[in-house]
Design a protein around this ligand. Structure first.
Ligand code: OSB
Ligand code: MG
Length: 368
């Protein structure tokens, strides 16, 4: 497929509630949509970079810069038969995985639409309902946390993940566990702890958590291995895994026993599939993480989640949890804790063009 044009578009979307993690709080999302065009067809994706470099060093602005100035010029006017070929062209673009992934994922959507098949099929998945849970940001009080956990458990969500940080860990976890003795419960520290906090993290062992997500530094595997040896609870790696090689090394040294796969963080769908394959070889379950996406990113998450190794509930909760109005026509709503994968060619979702136009804050078309 010849890459005729690449378009970048930033849209302003406001979350229904502020989302607080150990690294900050966000409510006004700057969502970067990427379109890749070939022969009159369009593939669309959403870049998972945030507004602030708290989860990753990448931001909406660095991704825009890298795509416009380096990625697009390498691809425009050239022909690619597969995502692998396109990625090979980009092999000297070091890092900036979220920027590269956005283009790669739009290419997958484009290719699936050209073939007239749903994306999950092109990715090699199997169509099935996708079990999902919720990620609960840090709240003002333990009582509110318990209330929200109860509410979401009652909606049927298959797992509750609590964001934790030093000073906000054992108490909320103990309270939610007491209120919901049987729910699949997990925590996510987003790198807020150090190895010397091992005694504190060991206190979490008594709550039967499915895993503790990314307790230590975003660029670490070694200390995680040391910590994992001291914990009964499995560690799930998120920020530390940027590639299939990281997955091999991390699982190989016992830095964790579960991986949160985020396509943006690992460089796209192909890399996500490879991380999934590596994890499978180690017998480690994976699940699909979320990055507070609009319906565009949410749909991509659902398609990759159809690969057989995605056995734990993912983060792709209902779009209406986050947005008063989503930017795609199709409602991506969980029912009794499962999401249906959108049908139709590609991601199966359609942009609400008028709405997108109204909330666009910048737009750039790149043509070869
Ligand atoms: O660590 O999984 C994370 C949101 C922003 C940045 C990092 C993370 C998250 C979430 C939200 O946990 C998950 C979701 O989209 O529901
Ligand atoms: Mg995480």
């Amino acid at each position: 497929m010849r890459i005729d044009r690449i378009e970048l578009r930033e849209v302003a979307m406001r979350l229904k509630f502020p989302f607080r993690t150990s690294f900050g709080v966000e409510q006004d999302r700057r969502v970067l949509l990427v379109s890749v065009f070939s022969g009159g067809l369009e593939g669309v994706s959403e870049c998972t970079a945030g507004e602030f470099p708290g989860y990753s060093y990448e931001t909406v602005d660095t991704a825009w810069h890298v795509i416009a100035n380096f990625v697009a010029p390498l691809l425009l006017g050239k022909n690619y038969d597969s995502a692998a070929e396109l990625l090979h062209e980009l092999r000297y673009v070091r890092g900036h995985n979220m920027a590269v992934a956005a283009v790669e994922m739009a290419f997958w959507d484009l290719q699936a639409r050209a073939l007239g098949v749903p994306l999950w099929q092109l990715l090699g998945g199997r169509l099935r309902p996708i079990a999902v849970g919720i990620s609960l940001g840090i709240q003002e009080s333990v009582e509110e946390t318990v209330e929200l956990a109860r509410h979401n458990a009652a909606l049927g969500y298959r797992r509750i993940k609590l964001k934790i940080a030093p000073g906000w860990d054992v108490e909320p976890v103990a309270a939610v566990r007491a209120a919901l003795p049987h729910i699949e419960l997990t925590v996510d520290a987003n790198s807020a702890y150090r190895l010397t906090d091992a005694p504190r993290l060991r206190e979490l062992d008594e709550f039967g958590l499915a895993y503790i997500e990314q307790p230590l530094a975003f660029d670490d595997l070694i200390d995680h291995a040391e910590l994992q040896a001291q914990l009964d609870t499995a560690i799930c790696l998120d920020e530390s895994i940027h590639s299939p090689d990281d997955a091999r090394k991390g699982l190989g040294i016992g830095a964790g026993r579960v991986i949160n796969v985020k396509t943006g963080r690992v460089r796209g769908h192909l890399a996500a599939r490879m991380v999934h394959d590596v994890a499978k070889a180690f017998g480690a379950p994976v699940w699909c993480g979320g990055m507070l996406e609009s319906g565009v990113g949410r749909a991509h998450c659902l398609h990759i989640s159809t690969l057989e190794g995605f056995t734990l509930p993912g983060d792709t909760s209902s779009a209406s949890r986050y947005w008063n109005e989503d930017i795609v026509e199709e409602p991506l709503e969980a029912e009794n804790g499962v999401q249906s994968v959108p049908t139709g060619p590609g991601t199966g979702v359609t942009l609400k063009r008028g709405l997108v136009e109204r909330i666009t804050t910048r737009h750039q078309a790149l043509a070869g």
